[in-house]
Design a protein around this ligand. Structure first.
Ligand code: SF4
Ligand code: SF4
Length: 368
């Protein structure tokens, strides 16, 4: 039973181990019923270290900082121990040629078995000369490491969709991982990504030998399956047409909705309202800041603090309704408009992706 203990070289009591297994169940959205199964699966996989090669491109390293602040330090520690991170430019002690050699060795030794985690966008213009590490372009490093990877994970919105480095006019031609290497990439967007989203994805791979179910943007549905708006603590304000007009404003009887201040919760899918950030303390909307939609392919969009068009239209209608006393009709009309906005945002991104895919197919057919 406690082979796992030896593997991790940690002093765990049985109680700790079960607690750990329970936290994994919660993380993966499984019921308590699965705890014994998780414990047994962990024991079975305990002997198989899962090597990780973690690359950094055009970014601020915020996702690594976020991961280091994991709500479950012991889980993160275990996952990192189990993962056996072979190369991580921010965390590893080695530098220079030793680090470069370490990367080459890891690629050779663990070919076909390792997880590739990419943090940061990939500059592609002019053969990627705008981001170089040890004299090599980040673009060439990503392509090389991707060849031997068993699983490919894009961590953060920059690596998933380009994010801030790819914001217009994008002079370096920054792109997300999937746009560069194609194939199956698990996107874990967020600016930064929540540590649980990475830990949960990796543990899912360890437990079930496969990536979790993904949505249309290759995000694990476990964490990105619901709109922020569905579970928002300010939803009551929204339903009653109580919108705040200035940041920091408090309404007398209710938490006002931030739709008028640009909240993108109605078109943003993530579990922030119940996952919470900073070890379960808070999240953007509860802290008085509208959701910026940081996990969506369209992030960052400006202006940040203006109502998204469909919501703006409906807020106006609500104000008219309030004046005429017809407030009851407003909630339904806003719901419809919001659903339309979410579909439209997704449609535009998918249309762009299809155009890109067609262009790629054409160039491949030409043997370019
Ligand atoms: S618009 Fe934003 S603040 Fe308002 S209910 Fe929806 S998610 Fe919450
Ligand atoms: S609430 Fe919105 S902006 Fe804040 S972290 Fe979640 S997805 Fe990003």
């Amino acid at each position: 039973m406690f082979e796992l203990e030896k593997m991790f070289k940690k002093e765990f009591s049985r109680r700790d181990f079960i607690k750990y297994s329970s936290s994994i169940a919660v993380l993966l959205g499984l019921s308590e019923m699965y705890v014994p199964q998780i414990a047994s699966a962990l024991e079975q996989v305990a002997s198989k270290k899962l090597p990780v090669i973690w690359l950094h491109g055009a970014e601020c390293t915020g996702c690594t900082v976020s991961f280091a602040n994991s709500n479950y330090p012991s889980v993160a520690e275990l996952v990192l121990d189990r993962l056996s991170v072979k190369y991580h430019e921010t965390l590893m002690a080695a530098s220079g040629e030793v680090a470069e050699q370490g990367l080459d060795d890891a690629i050779k030794q663990f070919k076909g078995k390792y997880v590739m985690v990419v943090e940061g966008a990939i500059p592609t213009k002019d053969d990627g000369i705008y981001c170089k590490i040890g004299g090599k372009t980040f673009l060439s490093m990503v392509q090389k490491v991707a060849e031997g990877a068993a699983y490919k994970v894009a961590l953060g919105t920059c690596a998933s969709f380009g994010g801030v480095p790819a914001a217009g006019p994008n002079p370096t031609g920054c792109k997300g991982l999937k746009d560069v290497i194609g194939g199956t990439v698990v996107n874990i967007p967020g600016c930064p990504a929540h540590p649980d989203w990475l830990v949960g994805t990796v543990v899912n791979i360890l437990l079930f030998g496969q990536v979790p179910a993904l949505d249309q943007y290759n995000r694990p549905k476990l964490f990105y399956g619901r709109l922020i708006h569905e579970n928002c603590p300010r939803r009551g304000g929204y339903e009653q047409g109580q919108f705040i007009k200035n940041l920091g404003e408090e309404l007398p009887d209710i938490e006002g909705c931030m739709g008028a201040k640009g909240c993108r919760g109605p078109i943003t899918s993530a579990d922030c309202p119940h996952r919470l950030w900073n070890s379960g303390v808070n999240f953007c909307i509860s802290a008085g800041s509208p959701c910026a939609g940081c996990v969506e392919p369209t992030f960052p969009q400006t202006p940040l603090y203006e109502a998204i068009p469909e919501v703006a239209k409906t807020i106006k209608a609500a104000e008219t309704d309030k004046r005429t006393g017809a407030i009851g009709t407003f909630g339904a009309s806003l719901g419809g408009a919001v659903a339309g906005a979410a579909a439209a945002a997704g449609g535009i991104y998918l249309a762009n992706e299809k155009t890109k895919d067609k262009a790629k197919d054409k160039s491949q057919n030409k043997g370019v």
